[in-house]
Design a binder for this molecule. Structure first.
Ligand code: C2E
Ligand code: CA
Length: 589
């Protein structure tokens, strides 16, 4: 058996290349152009043929590795390659079991499998490294997102200051860790004119103002180690942990208000930023964050209600009074619906003969748990809540009804004098409602007197003035009540259709005490009122000597303890029936 020479004929080699290419087509995904593939296979065929001729395993292995590098890396590619090479080369060499050929094929297989394994390992490593990197990046991103979310949840986006949640957390932490006997203070600050800035100059300027205020408070707090926060809107807060008494906190409130006093310049506009503050300072023991913040908020409202540009210190007594007032005011509408109000009447007497000429209707509230309440406990609340208008109409209607009832009792039915509040007089259609009530109850208009205080007189606008004039035109009397307690300004009489001046009870007390100044004022006022055609009633007359003196200086009527305190309508009816008039009157005998 002779060894055939390896195929050197280029045509033979080209045929082998084609067979090989054909055998491996579609066995691996290789993104090369057909020409590039042909070039590679020509090279590898040449190398393998040479390797087979010389038994060069190294070159054959090199071919296997190059194949894998060119992306021929599937097992099927290798098996097809081995099959075609084995068959074709054997044919070419003409030796069934050529040693060099075996070496070459074995080298090819070894190079190929080694390269595939290395590539797989590389790929696995790449995946592992990429996974590690991705996980590290994801963890970082996650931490960063968490950090941002935590910051946003605990800070005010506009000023960058801690927000309410953050402040409360700090406060909670301090309260939980403070040494025994420690004290704590919270100072809540609110800008006095922020809404005006926002409304008139726009929200962008308002935002700048808040940022500047935040900066000023931040500097103040940083210098002293306080926690500062923006609670909401134009409200900021300071947490003080080094106070020993309320005075310490008050000093900080002063400093904070001072820090905000110099005007702030925004876009060349000078903006004052006056503020008010609510301060609460107390021992840590027995308090909590919510309680402190609520107390400071309440106190800020006090500071604003007391005139702004100031601080107020929390005070339990004022707070209890506020709560009681709030409860009363909340109960008012139901009280009107449940008919818990009633009227009492105080006699008005003519001083010259002590004749019973009228009654002043005075409102009372039979509160379900607090017994009978006098008007000073609830009239202000009714004014504030807007209930005064319906309540005032109820008083008018009830007084007129009861007044008409007394017409049947005797020949001289009393004048019914009813107090009015500012709100009532300014309510639209007030005069029309009064006329309607007179109409409905059939009380003659000249038997009704309306009492308004100086405060109400000052607050009359054109419409309410026209209403009062219309009532006067119908014969309703108008009295200026409690005269002398306010400005005692008779200039109202120029435009108000007043028919009577009611001198405040203080004058009667002064007269009773023999006060020369009071006597001179009362005498002067009576003279003046008479010149203006008004009658004069002295209120709060409790003493016979004062009554006599008042009669001698010409005071027309009087009311007070001496002539009878307010009594029920039945009491008035009884007196009229008995013909007793009032105690001490000639009619009473
Ligand atoms: P006012 O108009 O000055 O009414 C007189 C008040 O003085 C009444 O108190 C009366 O009880 C009290 N008084 C009368 N004589 C004496 C006296 O000799 N000595 C002393 N110390 N006090 C005397 P009251 O009933 O508590 O009314 C207080 C105020 O409430 C009234 O002051 C009046 O301004 C207001 N008011 C009462 N009823 C009404 C109402 O229906 N509507 C409105 N808007 N206000 C009312
Ligand atoms: Ca009165």
């Amino acid at each position: 058996m002779t060894d055939r020479r390896p195929p050197e004929d280029r045509t033979q080699l080209a045929g082998l290349v084609l067979h090989w290419l054909y055998a491996v087509a579609d066995t691996s995904y290789v993104s090369l152009e057909p020409a590039e593939k042909a070039k590679l296979f020509a090279r590898w065929t040449g190398l393998l043929v040479d390797a087979a001729a010389t038994g060069d395993v190294v070159t054959a292995r090199q071919v296997g590795m190059e194949m894998v590098a060119a992306d021929y890396s599937e097992a099927e590619t290798l098996s097809s390659s081995v099959a075609v090479l084995d068959e074709r080369l054997r044919e070419e060499f003409g030796v069934p079991d050529h040693a060099g050929l075996r070496t070459a094929v074995a080298g090819l297989v070894a190079g190929y499998t080694r390269a595939v394994r290395d590539r797989t390992l590389d790929e696995q490593e790449e995946v592992r490294v990429a996974a590690l990197r991705a996980s590290a990046e994801a963890t970082f991103e996650l931490r960063e997102a968490e950090r941002k979310a935590r910051y946003a949840a605990l800070h005010d986006a506009l000023t960058g200051l801690p927000n309410r949640v953050n402040f409360a957390t700090e406060l909670d932490h301090y309260l939980a860790t403070a040494p025994s006997g420690a004290r704590v203070a919270v100072c809540v600050l609110g800008l006095d004119q922020f809404h005006t800035v926002n409304d008139s100059l726009g929200h962008a300027v308002g935002d700048q103002l808040l940022i500047a205020v935040g900066e000023r408070l931040r500097s103040l707090a940083a210098a002293r180690g306080y926690v500062v926060a923006r609670l909401e809107g134009d409200e900021f807060a300071l947490l003080l942990t080094d106070t020993t008494c309320p005075d310490d906190a008050a000093k900080v409130a002063d400093r904070a208000l001072d820090a905000l006093r110099p005007a702030i310049f925004i876009d060349g506009i000078e903006l004052p930023a006056p503020a008010s503050a609510g301060v609460v300072e107390r021992p840590v023991a027995g308090t909590d964050a919510a309680d402190l913040l609520r107390a400071a908020d309440i106190t800020l409202h006090w500071a604003k209600a007391d005139g702004r540009d100031r601080w107020c210190m929390f005070d339990d007594e004022r707070n209890s009074r506020d709560i009681a007032r709030y409860q009363l005011s909340a109960a008012l509408p139901a009280a009107l619906r449940r008919d818990e109000f009633f009227l009492v009447y105080q006699p008005l007497v003519r001083l010259v003969d002590r004749q019973f000429v009228g009654v002043e209707a005075l409102l009372r509230w039979r509160h379900p748990t607090l017994d009978v309440l006098r008007p000073d406990r609830f009239i202000g609340l009714a004014e504030d809540t807007g209930l005064m208008v319906p309540l005032g109409l109820w008083v008018l209607e009830r007084a007129c009804e009861e007044g008409v009832g007394w017409h049947a009792v005797g020949p001289h039915p009393p004048l019914i004098s009813v107090n009015l509040s500012v709100r009532q007089v300014r309510a639209p259609n007030f005069a029309a409602s009064v006329l309607e009530i007179l109409d409905r109850t059939c009380l003659p208009p000249d038997k009704l007197q309306l009492e308004i205080t100086e405060r109400t007189a000052i607050a009359t606008d054109d419409e309410s003035l026209a209403g009062l004039r219309a009532l006067a035109d119908h014969g309703v009397r108008l009295a200026l009540d409690d005269f002398g307690t306010g400005h005692a300004n008779l200039a109202y009489l120029r435009h108000l259709p007043v028919t009577e001046l009611k001198l405040a009870g203080e004058f009667a007390s002064g007269v009773a005490a023999g006060d020369d100044a009071d006597e001179a004022i009362v005498q002067g006022l009576i003279d003046l009122a008479h010149r203006l055609g008004l009658t004069v009633t002295a209120e709060g007359v409790a003493d016979g000597r004062a009554a006599t003196w008042l009669r001698t200086v010409g005071c027309d009527w009087a009311q007070g303890r001496l002539f009878g305190m307010p009594i029920s309508p039945e009491g008035i009816t009884q007196r009229l029936r008995d013909g007793r008039g009032v105690p001490g009157s000639p009619a009473a005998g």
